[in-house]
Design a protein. Structure first.
Ligand SMILES: Cc1cc2nc3c(=O)[nH]c(=O)nc-3n(C[C@H](O)[C@H](O)[C@H](O)COP(=O)(O)O)c2cc1C
Length: 169
């Protein structure tokens, strides 16, 4: 699969089979995440791999969807803003770095035939509590990782002309 095909194939999966994800596939996903670029190469993030059904169930309380609980694995991408590069105007790039990490995860998973879904609409206090995140570590995104039991929704995108500008706005 070339990159265009991979980008077209990746979609948000909101239904999973319960059979386990091969450990070698998980390792590949984690290795791809570790190749993500970060501002000033600070790598200001942590990744929690959640296998324990009790912890997965508790995370389901932070984002109450049955499909979240159906996957055998959940990944939580967390940032450490104090370690991130900060631009001269004060903009902290931790969330950008974490988002690129997440994108590597979703694309690598799709390449392996696995499903993911970016989840940001969770209750952060609950996630911090369930995962026992230390002070200064922020949950940015959750995703299930598993074998899709759903084909995803059709890709609805703006035409390029709606957002691509040439030379000037
Ligand atoms: C930053 C971000 C946050 C998202 N949060 C959620 C979420 O909380 N719940 C959900 O079901 N999907 C979430 N999504 C998935 C988007 O709805 C989805 O990517 C978008 O509709 C495009 O569909 P596609 O991923 O299938 O191409 C999120 C995606 C991104 C990039």
């Amino acid at each position: 699969m070339n990159f265009q095909e991979l980008a077209a194939q990746r979609c948000s999966i909101r239904g999973y089979r319960s059979d386990p994800v091969d450990e070698a596939a998980l390792e590949q996903v984690l290795a791809a995440a570790n190749l993500a670029p970060t501002a000033a190469n600070r790598q200001p993030f942590h990744l929690v791999v959640v296998r324990d059904p009790a912890v997965r169930h508790a995370l389901g309380l932070a984002y109450n969807r049955d499909w979240l609980r159906s996957a055998p694995l959940l990944l939580a991408v967390c940032t450490e803003p104090a370690k991130a590069w900060v631009r001269a105007d004060g903009k902290n790039y931790a969330d950008v770095d974490g988002a690129i990490l997440m994108d590597h995860i979703t694309l690598c998973a799709a390449d392996l035939g696995l499903g993911t879904c970016w989840i940001a609409a969770f209750d952060p206090a609950q996630v911090k509590n369930v995962l026992q995140l230390p002070e200064g570590i922020e949950p940015l995104a959750l995703t299930p990782l598993g074998h899709p039991a759903d084909t995803g929704r059709p890709k609805l995108r703006k035409p390029l002309t709606a957002f691509v500008h040439h030379d000037r706005w």
